[in-house]
Design a protein around this ligand. Structure first.
Ligand SMILES: CSCC[C@H](NC(C)=O)C(=O)O
Ligand SMILES: [Zn+2]
Ligand SMILES: [Zn+2]
Length: 399
């Protein structure tokens, strides 16, 4: 990606396109797609341009800093279901830019960069240091990305006080902000049983146990589904979702298998007692029959929430800036998992925010797109937010 420090939003290219939009489209064309993301070009462009002129110190570098975090990887596509090449960043007559990552979250990366560039071009002096972080592997769990980095001494040295990370689009007028996340639990239940000939009534089969396990999980799924959209559960973030995502077992039509496995993706809201919930899972397994066991592939236990109290200095700066721009905010628990969970886990407040209103939620979906006007408006939104957050007065313990 070629990008110079003078590519500030508001300027147009010879074709009439805003330079920020051109930069966004250029970034969308980089194939940072799993399972084999090419991170080469993203890191070299950051070295050449972003790190030097943009990651800058505030006028008071001893104060806690602001982190603008974004991941550089994107999920795979089913190209046959797309109207356009998912890595061509095609722009239609309405200004909709189609590409994998247009919402999740290459838009935000470029918006952060262009917002900081504008602040710099305007000669605005920020009190707190602003760090931009471009991390890999968020889409595959963040183990080699943010999960590792938050434990590194270099991360600690950044002295971060508050972080922004990804959110979701909002189809209406409002903008959604996320102050917490559900915990992802990925679980495989192993059902061993007696093998035998497929023509007989064998006792203690793996399939009977499997059926019982599936029933317990899916009955619970149904109950949670009914709770959604009731008085206390307005959004997906307020209920536990359960989805059966994999089933394994069997070798032939006429051989009763010696074991069968079933896997579930569970997302648990921060208010649920996790120990109690695991006891429930254990009980379902015990009730299913002899030797039914379970194993976690993912067991997130972080229930920290970022304060959205009026007297919280970070939240009050964030919400006041939004109010000044006449933005309506809807506060929610993020239904899936982002790198924010690792940031919150080390005690740093984080807000998930991708400024995309009037936009259908299309992350990980076919024909993911973002309109260029919504994208450009997001740069102005971040400009104001960054300036407000970097101006939060020193706390007593920072003096
Ligand atoms: C649990 S690690 C995988 C992370 C992924 N994040 C998103 C936003 O899709 C998810 O929630 O499945
Ligand atoms: Zn994402
Ligand atoms: Zn994603």
């Amino acid at each position: 990606m070629t990008s110079g420090p003078h590519r500030v939003s508001g300027h147009s290219s010879p074709g009439g396109e805003d330079l920020s939009v051109s930069l966004f489209r250029e970034y969308l064309r980089l194939k940072t797609v799993h399972p084999d993301p090419d991170y080469g070009e993203t890191s070299s462009s950051q070295d050449a341009d972003i790190k030097m002129p943009i990651c800058r110190s505030g006028t008071n570098p001893t104060l806690k800093s602001i982190l603008l975090n974004s991941h550089t990887d994107v999920v795979p596509v089913y190209q046959e279901h797309w109207k356009y090449d998912a890595f061509s960043a095609f722009k239609d007559a309405e200004g909709n830019i189609f590409a994998r990552g247009s919402q999740d979250m290459k838009c935000v990366t470029i918006q952060y960069i262009q917002a900081v560039r504008r602040l710099k071009a305007e000669g605005r002096k920020l009190m707190r240091t602003v760090h931009l972080m471009f991390v890999p592997d968020e889409e595959v769990g963040g183990h080699k990305g943010m999960e590792t980095f938050v434990k590194h001494p270099e991360f600690n040295k950044l002295n971060i006080g508050f972080a922004l990370d990804e959110g979701l689009a909002n189809p209406g007028e409002a903008f959604t902000v996320f102050y917490g996340e559900r915990n992802p639990w990925w679980i495989t239940v192993h059902c061993p049983g007696s093998p035998g000939h497929g023509s007989r009534f064998v006792e203690n089969t793996a399939a009977e146990k499997l059926r019982q396990v599936i029933n317990s999980f899916l009955d619970f799924r149904e109950k949670e589904k009914q709770r959604l959209n009731t008085s206390e559960c307005f959004t997906l973030g307020d209920v536990t979702t359960v989805n059966m995502t994999m089933v394994k077992g069997g070798v032939a039509y006429n051989v009763i298998p010696a074991d069968m496995d079933v896997s579930f993706d569970l997302r648990i809201p921060p208010k649920v007692n996790l120990q109690e919930f695991e006891r429930q899972i254990k009980k379902w397994c015990t009730e299913a029959g002899e030797d039914v066991t379970y194993k976690f592939a993912q067991k997130s236990m972080n229930q920290k929430l970022t304060s959205t109290a009026e007297n919280d200095p970070w939240w009050s700066a964030f919400s006041a800036a939004c109010k000044a721009m006449n933005l309506t905010l809807e506060k929610e628990i993020f239904p899936a998992a982002t790198d924010s969970r690792f940031i919150r886990a080390v005690g740093i407040p984080a807000i998930g925010f991708s400024p995309m209103n009037r936009t259908p939620i299309l992350l990980h979906d076919h024909n993911e797109y973002l309109n260029e006007r919504v994208f450009l408006k997001g740069i102005s939104v971040f400009e104001r937010l960054i300036s407000a957050l970097a101006s939060v007065p020193a706390f007593p313990d920072e003096a």
